[in-house]
Structures are given as C-alpha cells and as structure tokens.
Write a protein that binds this ligand. Structure first.
Ligand SMILES: [Fe+2]
Length: 304
C-alpha cells in the first residue's frame, strides 16, 4: 500500500515528537503493509513554519535512519498545507512541496469554520495546473452545513482523502457517518492514515482498507490505498486514473475519471459553466479573464 498522509517527520509539527517515535511509526506502517510513505508535516503560517527544502532534508535524513535500522519503507516528500489564497505562488516557489514532486498536493481546510471563498481558493490551485487533495473532509466540523460545497469541489476536480481511522470510528460517529456516506456516493479518491504517533493515531491503513472493502468491494478498496496513490506519485494526469466508486455496480469504479466526469457533466456544468457561481465570477474578475477562458483552462488540465 501507499500512504499519502502522515506526520512522521520528528519534531516539526504535532506528529512524531522525536526520532525514536518516527522510527517506530515507520516500523508500524511497514508492518501494516505500507511500502511507500509520504511525509506530510503541517504547513500552517503562525504555527508550523515548515517549508519545502527543510521537509526534503528531514525526509532524506529519516530515510537514511530507516535504511540503517532495516525498516523497509520508502519515503517521499509532501506537506499537509493549510488552505490559503497564495498557495499557487508558494507551490511555484517550492515553499509548499507537492506529493513526490507531482502535480498533486494535500490541502487542509480550517477544521472549525468554513473558510470564506472556499471555491476560489481551490479553483486558483486547479487553474495553476495542480490537483488539490482535500484532506479528511469527513472530520471537518462544517461538513454538515456545507456538504454541497464539498460536492462542488469534487465535481470541479478536487480529490478527496478520507482518513482510514474515520472508517473505524476512531474519530467518533459523525466522521464515521460522513466517511461512509462519501465512500458510498463514490466521492473518495484516497484513503490515508494521517497518523500522528504510535498511540491512538498510529498508522492503520490496512484496517481502513478492509472497512472500505466491506462497503465498496476489494478492487475499489485497493484503488483507494494503492492504484490512485501510485498514480499520484507517478504524476499521472487525473483523467487517466480510475474514478472513485463501487466495484459491484460497475458504475464508476471501472470508468476513467474523464468518462465519469462526462456522465456527471450536467451537474458540473451547472456549477462551473452554466451556473457561473458568484465565486467563479469573483475569480474571473481577479484574473482579468473571461469565465469561459478559465473554464477552458480547467478543461485542458483534465484532458491532457
Ligand atoms: Fe494531517
């Protein structure tokens, strides 16, 4: 399996507190069946001042230690970057590292309050040519009041990452409900641990995969923890990656993202194209271009 979200680098956020914990987390991940692990510390201005070069150095240093200790885990860089309007610039400058230097990156919205201009912030990242992966939507306090906004982002091409532990009830009943609901609706691209230590939030991707398999079938469960994460690391364009969905119904799981998007086209046209939402018009104004040209750029991104 490949885990794209984990706070394993020692001493730089609220994850592993020291090197011994980091090595133990890596050992647990490997024992759990993870072969490749993205190290994704928080980047949150004012709290966690991590940046690309420093994360890269810390990842290389931990990899060296794991090799010495014989822990069979391959590390790649990444970050759990807090949503901010200047993300495209920070990605371009290398301050925010993408996952394994691909076009994909983890983006964490605020937990407690829905941010203003949520759509704009994500569209700016998409238009800049990146694929944002929204982390743990099921655990956001505001998902209940803003679920249509989450769906809009999904339809626009934002990927969704659910936490393995949410499917096991580790975060309580509401995250469990939303994790299962989003899975059942075919709106989850990736399952990841978001592990923070060796206690309650230890790496447990296999258990999450098995819970997903009971709901969606073994094939789609494998896509959640292997095929799509592998496509991310290989930087495959999203339209070449199987879209989320069920095995058993063969509805979405066997289709490519492009085919699925075509099937759902009317809805997404309503959001971005025909609807010309307020946020999209605002984006248009700020960029000085027509909504049509922005839409074309989004389309080009997904038809590469
Ligand atoms: Fe995280």
């Amino acid at each position: 399996m490949i885990d794209l979200h984990c706070h394993m680098l020692p001493g730089i956020d609220d994850g592993a507190s020291n090197l011994a914990v980091a090595v133990e987390m890596a050992r647990l991940a490997a024992e759990n069946g993870v072969e490749t692990q993205a190290c994704t510390p928080h980047i949150l201005p004012g709290l966690y001042h991590n940046s690309g070069p420093q994360i890269r150095a810390a990842t290389e240093s931990l990899q060296k230690r794991l090799d010495e200790e014989g822990v069979p885990l391959r590390l790649v860089v990444g970050a759990d970057a807090h949503l901010a309007p200047d993300m495209p610039e920070k990605i371009r400058s290398g301050t925010i590292p993408t996952l394994a230097d691909s076009r994909y990156l983890l983006v964490e919205p605020p937990h407690h309050v829905a941010p203003p201009r949520l759509d704009d912030a994500f569209f700016r990242i998409l238009v800049a040519g990146h694929v944002p992966i929204l982390t743990h939507p099921e655990r956001l306090d505001w998902i209940e009041s803003h679920y249509p906004a989450i769906v809009r982002l999904f339809e626009a091409g934002v990927w969704m990452q659910v936490t393995a532990g949410s499917l096991l009830g580790a975060f309580g009943r509401r995250p469990l409900y939303w994790a299962e609901r989003m899975l059942s609706e075919g709106r989850v691209h990736i399952l990841a641990t978001d592990a923070h230590g060796v206690g309650r939030r230890r790496p447990a991707l296999a258990q999450g995969r098995d819970a997903a398999a009971r709901r969606l079938g073994a094939e789609e469960a494998r896509r959640l923890v292997y095929d799509r994460p592998a496509a991310v690391i290989a930087d495959h364009p999203p339209n070449r990656v199987p879209a989320p969905g069920f095995d058993s119904r063969g509805a979405y799981g066997s289709m490519t993202a492009a085919q699925s998007r075509e099937g759902r086209g009317r809805r997404s046209e309503g959001v971005v194209h025909g609807g010309e939402t307020r946020s999209f018009r605002a984006l248009e104004r700020r960029n000085g271009g027509g909504a049509r040209s922005l839409l074309d750029r989004l389309r080009a991104l997904f038809s590469e």
